[in-house]
Design a protein around this ligand. Sequence first.
Ligand SMILES: Nc1nc2c(ncn2[C@@H]2O[C@H](COP(=O)(O)OP(=O)(O)O)[C@@H](O)[C@H]2O)c(=O)[nH]1
Ligand SMILES: [Mg+2]
Length: 318
Amino acid sequence: MSELAQRALEGHVASGARIIRWLEDGERAGIEALKELYPKSGRAHLVGITGPPGAGKSTLVDALIAENRSRGRRVAVVAIDPSSPFSGGAILGDRVRMQRHATDPDVFIRSMATRGQLGGLSRSTFEATAVLDAMGYDIVMVETVGVGQDELEVVDLAHTTLVVNVPGLGDDIQAIKAGILEVGDVFVLNKADRSGADDTERALLTMLHLRGVIEGVWAPPLLKTVAVREEGIPELVDACDAHRADLEASGALEGAAATRGEHFFAELLRDFAVEKIIASATARAFYPKLLESVRAREIDPYTAAEQLVSAFEPNFDD
Ligand SMILES: Nc1nc2c(ncn2[C@@H]2O[C@H](COP(=O)(O)OP(=O)(O)O)[C@@H](O)[C@H]2O)c(=O)[nH]1
Ligand SMILES: [Mg+2]
């Protein structure tokens, strides 16, 4: 094993941070290190936190770090900035909110930009969580902004997904997309100090009830918090722990880990295959002609893509 990977495994923060940065930049050395670390991952509890911008996710994460630390756990956080106009400056804000933990050697906080690329969240974030998991952090939290695809992708990544809402929804629950309601494991009504909290709580409970309660199946709880005053935080950590215990007991934890590995593999396969096909096709003389035909509508894009791909027949002998 390389010295860098070895040091990361021992929990050396700067080594882990360097590997994650390389991975983000798509540097080969990062992938080589991840290959060494990956087999050592699989122990951390991966917790995703999603919800609309300004809901108090970063403030909650800060409070969750403190509570988990008081329980003797080492904690890592990856805060995703989708680099969208909606969340300008999110990275700086997130850092500021978690500042008090910056000097704690058992807390790792990292902001990542997804740079708007497709699958950005799944790939670099998945890689970062695998590194942090191998580094021995007990809890790895991923904060995403609830816009676009990211919030649904975080569900594939996390064992436990926290969905954060705030008062003011009233009867109008448009703010919560149907998809995320179905996948949340623990619901949080933050800013419970604000007026309208009870109305929103009722509306959310009604919606959760509509999901149906099935005997022996995890029923997502709704917890009220005031993140700025750290109210409701121990109960929230208890709920996360209970969800993990439930996953373990039902065997779903293993299933989820397998699915995650498969998802990651499929993701890499897609990236690598596209890279390879594009690289070898664009180097050939026929490619500019094909492209020109597509532009001129002499051939439709489907047929063109099919023709190109059909030229690549891999020979797998199994
Ligand atoms: N009144 C109130 N404000 C809160 C609470 N939690 C967070 N905030 C404030 O809401 C704003 C947005 O918080 P932030 O954690 O950055 O939200 P994020 O965008 O979801 O990460 C900040 O000004 C926080 O101080 C809360 O429980 N009550
Ligand atoms: Mg935030």
